[in-house]
Design a protein around this ligand. Structure first.
Ligand SMILES: C[S@@+](CC[C@H](N)C(=O)[O-])C[C@H]1O[C@@H](n2cnc3c(N)ncnc32)[C@H](O)[C@@H]1O
Length: 226
């Protein structure tokens, strides 16, 4: 049976990372991330049966677009992020890799409204950078975009007050200290809070641990219209 890690290998991490050259930090970030993080393969599996357009909220340098296209995802892709440098890197790499039907825009998810969208939405490792209220509003806005048969795919650390949660926060603080992230983590959602919110938005939700080989408290949460 294919595991998420196996799926990532089949998408040729080195070829994807090469699209980020000549920016060597982005090249090495992509190499390492694709080698150790099961995230992109898991999202690819989740969107495997849909061609609904995808909106990727907090897309960073746009790695998801490359891995989805490598796995044959045929829907259109739009990525938004509030870090102008990452959006510029995402655009350049998508152009270099000749990814079709992919676009990027600079948007602040904490205070700007989402672009009009109907389809699937990805929200990967982003919620902790928003205030609890902004995070809840964002999840509700994302849920409203989900078409029948499409998916809301969230990865997030959950606030479980255990060692894994502390490691997750420590790595997010470290990412801020070294300048990779433009903000520090604020609060991680709770499972009960997310479950209740998604149910009120008319979505059924599944939760599965998704931390790879490192001791994060990361979960893959998939919402579908009931
Ligand atoms: C840990 S990275 C995840 C990147 C991408 N989702 C991935 O998994 O490859 C978190 C991303 O959220 C973005 N972000 C944080 N706060 C944001 C905000 N208020 N509006 C838009 N993007 C934000 C950061 O710039 C960063 O690119």
């Amino acid at each position: 049976m294919e595991t998420p890690g196996d799926g990532v290998k089949s998408t040729h991490p080195r070829r994807i990372a090469t699209a980020y050259l000549p920016q060597r930090p982005h090249y090495w970030y992509a190499r390492c991330k694709l080698a150790i993080d099961p995230l992109y393969a898991a999202v690819g599996e989740t969107l495997h049966e849909t061609t609904a357009p995808l909106l990727d909220l907090g897309c960073g340098i746009g790695l998801l677009a490359h891995t989805l296209r490598a796995r044959g995802f045929a829907g259109s892709y739009a990525g938004i992020d509030n870090d102008a440098n990452k959006i510029a890197a995402a655009r350049a790499a998508a152009e270099r890799a000749d990814l079709g039907d992919v676009r990027f825009a600079c948007v602040d998810l904490a205070c700007e409204t989402l672009p009009v969208h109907r389809g699937s939405v990805a929200l990967l490792d982003v919620l902790q950078y928003l205030s609890p209220q902004a995070a809840s509003e964002l999840v509700a806005s994302a849920a409203a975009c989900i078409a029948p048969g499409a998916r809301l795919v969230i990865r997030s650390g959950l606030d479980d007050a255990d060692a894994r949660t502390r490691f997750t926060r420590a790595m997010d603080v470290f990412s801020r200290r070294i300048g990779w992230m433009n903000s520090a983590p604020k609060r991680y959602p709770t499972r009960a809070g997310l479950e209740g919110l998604l149910a009120r938005c008319g979505l059924s939700a599944s939760f599965a641990p998704l931390s790879g080989r490192l001791p994060f408290n990361n979960w893959l949460i998939v919402g579908e219209r009931i």
